[in-house]
Structure formats: structure tokens, C-alpha cells
Write a new protein. Structure first.
Length: 280
């Protein structure tokens, strides 16, 4: 794995993007980072072109089950789309620079809108397994931030990035409308990213609910922060695959999360195609 800091990462991303550009014929306007259960959208793109991470010099390998480790390029209608099958998590020991590397590659390829997806545990008592949560805010509980140490540049001079509205209102409305058309139960809510990899304790879940979290997971927020630094339009969707610790009699296991994610994949793929057709 290539080691680089947050200030060296853009150059590494540009080099990887240049390599990808030689292999594809699509100029992506929209990027989507695919969490557990969302991977099917990659094969649902029109004329998909798959570029494995393993073929890209300087690209780290994915180390988590359910993350294939590919970029997939194609179109939905006239919109060029880049799908990321495999993100890098802080709990793997990856740095913040690695966590946002795929996002920066999408930016270098021309994407200015990104949709982040994940599988999450539900805290809100109104949520059920199989529901979706459209993020309208977040809580960063990782104590990590991808902007720490970042030096201002002429292209990106602002170090203190405004977080008043991370998740674009128009994109949120599009997602909610498309969920309604397909009868997919959906809610708006606040997502909390924790560091992981251990699941939360019941006491932590009670504390997180008091803080205002509706769902909890181990990704997404760090990426959203960096996307806003880049000036990208951001949306994010959580697939509620389990109830958080202490809210059911079931113990938590990653295999169960993957099972529920895979069960929902066909419906989520159909939904994401409809969303991407309108997301610009």
C-alpha cells in the first residue's frame, strides 16, 4: 500500500485518475460510493466498464468483506456515472487520506456530485430493518477529520469548511420522491460515524440517541466532509440492516449485516438507477 499524507494524496489521486482515463470512454458527472448491499448498481449501469483496484498503481486493496475493489464506469441515460465498489475504513488502520482517496479520484475524473451509501444500525424507534434513512445531518464521533493538516492551495484556499448543510437539499428531495414511487420506506435523519471496528454497547447507543443520532455506522461522514471541501454536491443514504445494540434481543455480527444487505440489493439497485437518472 502506498503511503501518503493528506497533502500528497491529491497528486496520487491525479495519477490514478490519469491511468483510469486511458481505459474508459465515459466522463463521469456523478459518482456513487457503494456500501454493503448497494454493489448491484455497478452492473446495472449501461455499458459498464470495470477497472479493478489491483490494476491501478498506487491504489490500496480493499480489506473488508462486501467491498469488491473496483471502479465501474457507465451511463444511466445521458449521465456518466462512476461507481466505487470498495471504500477504505479507518478501522482497517487506513489513514484519513486513504479513506477519501476514491472520492478525490472521482473528482479528478470530473464528478461534481457524489452519493454516499452505507449499511447502518437503526437507533430511531420509528425505524425498521429494511428502511432507508436519507441523511440530512451527521455527527462525527470518530475524532478524526480528513482536513486536519491540510494546507490551503490556490484551488482550495478555505481550510475552515462550512458544514451548515452538508447534504444537498435538492438531492435529498429527489431520493425521497424516488423512494415513494417504488414504495421503499424512507426517513430523513442524522447519521453518526464511529471509529469501529467493534460494535457499540447498549450504553453507547443510549448516549448516541441522546446526542440526536438516528443511525450509526463506520463510514460516510469523513467522505462527506472531504466532498464538501472539494465543493461537491453530496447526498447520502443508509440502509438500516439491523437495530443497534440493546434495541433487540439479537447480537450483532457483520455476517448478518451482509445477509440483510444482500437481501435488499435488487430493490436498492432499482432505486439507485432512478436516483442517478436525476442526480446532477
Amino acid at each position: 500500500m502506498q503511503n501518503f499524507g493528506i497533502n500528497e494524496m491529491p497528486q496520487a489521486a491525479k495519477k490514478i485518475a490519469d491511468d483510469i482515463r486511458k481505459r474508459i470512454s465515459v466522463s463521469p458527472r456523478v459518482g456513487v460510493i457503494l456500501g454493503s448491499g448497494w454493489g448491484g448498481i455497478a452492473s446495472a449501469l449501461d455499458n459498464p466498464c470495470r477497472v479493478p483496484y489491483s490494476e491501478l498503481d498506487g491504489m490500496p486493496a480493499c480489506g473488508v468483506a462486501g467491498h469488491a475493489g473496483n471502479f465501474v464506469f457507465g451511463k444511466i441515460g445521458n449521465i456518466g456515472v462512476a461507481a466505487v465498489q470498495g471504500r477504505f475504513h479507518l478501522y482497517e488502520g487506513k489513514s484519513e487520506a486513504h479513506a477519501v482517496l476514491p472520492l478525490r479520484i472521482l473528482f479528478e475524473l470530473g464528478a461534481r456530485t457524489v452519493i454516499l451509501t452505507n449499511a447502518a444500525g437503526g437507533l430511531n424507534p420509528n425505524f425498521s430493518i429494511g428502511d432507508l434513512m436519507i441523511l440530512d445531518d451527521h455527527i462525527n464521533f470518530t475524532c478524526r477529520n480528513p482536513l486536519i493538516g491540510l494546507q490551503p492551495t490556490p484551488e482550495f484556499p478555505e481550510r475552515f469548511v462550512d458544514m451548515t448543510e452538508v447534504y444537498d437539499k435538492s438531492l435529498r428531495e429527489i431520493i425521497f420522491e424516488e423512494c415513494g414511487k417504488l414504495s421503499v420506506p424512507a426517513h430523513f435523519g442524522t447519521y453518526m460515524q464511529v471509529l469501529g471496528p467493534s460494535y457499540e454497547t447498549p450504553a453507547e447507543i443510549r448516549a448516541f440517541r441522546t446526542l440526536g443520532a438516528d443511525a450509526v455506522g463506520m463510514s460516510t461522514v469523513v467522505e462527506a466532509i472531504y466532498a464538501r471541501y472539494l465543493g461537491m454536491k453530496v447526498a447520502a443514504i443508509s440502509n438500516i440492516t439491523n437495530l443497534a445494540a440493546g434495541l433487540s434481543a439479537e447480537k450483532l455480527a457483520h455476517a448478518d449485516v451482509l445477509q440483510e444487505s444482500n437481501r435488499r440489493e435488487p430493490a436498492l439497485t432499482k432505486l439507485m438507477r432512478a436516483i442517478l437518472a436525476r442526480a446532477q
